[in-house]
Ligand binder design. Sequence first.
Ligand code: SF4
Length: 225
Amino acid sequence: MPTIFFRFNRCNIQPKCYYCDTEFSENNIKSFEEFNKKIITIVKNNIIRQICFTGGEPLLFIEHIKSILNFLHEMINYYYPIVEIETNGLLPLPECSEILNCYEVCYIITPKLEKMNRYRNVFINEQFEQRRIIFKFMVHSDIGQLLFDLTQIQVFREFNMVGQYPFYLSPINDSTDVQSIINNYTLLLQNMNELYRDICNDLFFLNTNRFLGLSIQLHKVLEMK
Ligand code: SF4
């Protein structure tokens, strides 16, 4: 789906995850006028169906997100793309607001399994239950580590009582080299097939309609920033 990405450059997780690909550099936006002009040009010249706010941790910038959505709403008032907000899930989801209600907002939550105990009780509240939520879990391609990750995911979903939400698996890439990324995806697919064949009854959650499939970072294969 044609999507505009807004990538924010700060995160609430320190030290950063070892597979993090965000460049935590200074903003290169000179002014909001210039920034807004750029958005309008992109939106008017392309058929954009979706806007994705990613990071870093976009929920640290929720007021900026609302301003961008407000701006789009005022400038092109017939224009309502789907809005995705990617988050590590450690900050509370924003309260309903007039501008967020204008859009179909979906929160894509990528929990950090290595920080499992920080998630205790964060998903049990009204804000969470009333939102559209999809989980995305990062997994390794190597079969031994993949099996460990899948077991952790199963524990995470049960322990946090989020088994009812749909989820993707997304491969962790150790390299930015395109061929290595493609090899990594191929290996993950092969290993997923092998696990399905051999032990899928043990990993029952992969057999449910909650599992949406693999989410791959196509922009990296296409060498787009
Ligand atoms: S939560 Fe995301 S943005 Fe933050 S350090 Fe980890 S991978 Fe990077």
